[in-house]
Design a protein around this ligand. Structure first.
Ligand SMILES: [Mg+2]
Length: 274
């Protein structure tokens, strides 16, 4: 019996304990682990908070300037929700801790209605509301057949609890058949004069940024430099976004190992001399 015990222990050391010690990061864990620093930055860096305040402070100054101008229709500002007004970093942190990935748990997170507000967002929108500006929430949160009511209602419940003004169905444009926001922006523009757009993803601002490679996205931003801080306002999102898709050439179905390799291949690294 004692011999049998030693044999089992030996097998365990050879086939389980030693491999685990030698390989602390199993291949399938690489991507969630790579999310640690980005999520930490969103949750702990005072610099992140400062950038959010900076964005909404500047937006307020620019709004005051826009309000001096005459427009044919009611003025509107158009804002994305996730990582622009709503902080979903606790969902991302769950992804890290549970070693999983989007969309695992995403609908449950929406229905839990526990997202926080991006710093400065509620104050800015209350100011815009008081000035008679229409506030249009333009999000790619999905309305699927079976989730239409909970998805919409729990998003609104979350936003109202945080104090966001004009948070009702008439001001909410959730995802339709297209993930592009252009058709919804066009529809909004028939009713309002859009004076500012806010997002953490350039697709929130204009169709010209959509589905482009890394170099093309950078060039499109350079070509539109003057719009930023005037008509376009961007919140940082280091956790996810179109920028990540661009790194993969939008081949989202690539394996974990391939994605990890593509991430490293996209780095512009200095090569020190010997
Ligand atoms: Mg977003």
């Amino acid at each position: 019996m004692q011999k049998f015990g030693k044999l089992v222990l030996g097998i365990a050391i050879c086939f389980w304990i030693l491999p685990v010690m030698a390989k602390p990061y199993p291949k399938e864990d690489v991507l969630p682990d790579q999310l640690v620093m980005a999520t930490l930055w969103h949750q702990t860096a005072a610099e992140y908070r400062a950038i959010a305040y900076q964005t909404f402070n500047l937006a307020r100054v620019m709004l005051d300037m826009e309000l001096q101008k005459q427009t044919a229709k009611q003025k509107a500002i158009v804002l994305d929700l996730d990582e622009t007004l709503l902080d979903n970093s606790p969902y991302q942190a769950m992804v890290v801790i549970k070693q999983t990935g989007y969309p695992h748990g995403w609908f449950e997170w929406i229905d839990a209605a526990q997202a926080g507000a991006i710093p400065g967002a509620v104050e800015f929108l209350k100011y815009a509301d008081a000035k008679g500006v229409a506030i249009i929430y333009l999000s790619n949160r999905k309305i699927t057949k079976d989730r239409k009511i909970p998805g919409m209602q729990n998003t609104l419940k979350n936003m109202r609890a945080l104090g966001f003004p004009q948070a009702d169905e008439s001001h909410m444009y959730l995802r339709n058949a297209s993930s592009s926001k252009q058709s919804r922006r066009d529809e909004i523009a028939t009713k309002f004069d859009i004076i500012m757009l806010f997002g953490d993803n350039l697709n929130d601002h204009d169709v010209i940024f959509e589905h482009k490679g890394v170099a093309e996205r950078l060039a499109a931003v350079d070509a539109n430099q003057k719009e930023f801080g005037h008509r376009y306002f961007v919140l940082p999102n280091a956790m996810y976004g179109e920028w990540e898709g661009a790194v993969y050439d939008y081949q989202w179905r690539k394996s974990t190992a391939e994605k990890s390799q593509m991430r490293k291949a996209a780095l512009n690294a200095w090569e020190p001399k010997q």
